[in-house]
Design a binder for this molecule. Structure first.
Ligand code: FES
Length: 77
């Protein structure tokens, strides 16, 4: 377990919580203002405040696991 930097946690049926020391930037490298030490990043794609979660995932009943999912199996042949 790392002792510094950021910790990112995918919440079940919810956002990615980012805690710790980090910098959030857009694709061009422009820093996005982050107030406070913890942010919630949308992973359902429905937020009106992207990249932040605005709670819309609850309204849409979006579902996702917290734990990592196995990669898709190769079914060639
Ligand atoms: S994860 Fe919350 S609005 Fe998308």
């Amino acid at each position: 377990m790392s002792s510094g930097g950021a910790r990112i946690t995918p919440y079940r049926d919810g956002p990615l919580l980012v805690r710790g020391t980090f910098t959030l930037t857009d694709q061009e490298g422009e820093e996005i203002d982050v107030r406070g030490g913890t942010i919630a990043l949308c992973r359902c794609g429905r937020s009106r405040r992207k990249p932040f979660c605005d709670g819309t995932h609850k309204v849409t009943n979006w579902r996702a696991a917290s734990e990592a999912q196995p990669p898709p199996s190769s079914t060639s042949g």
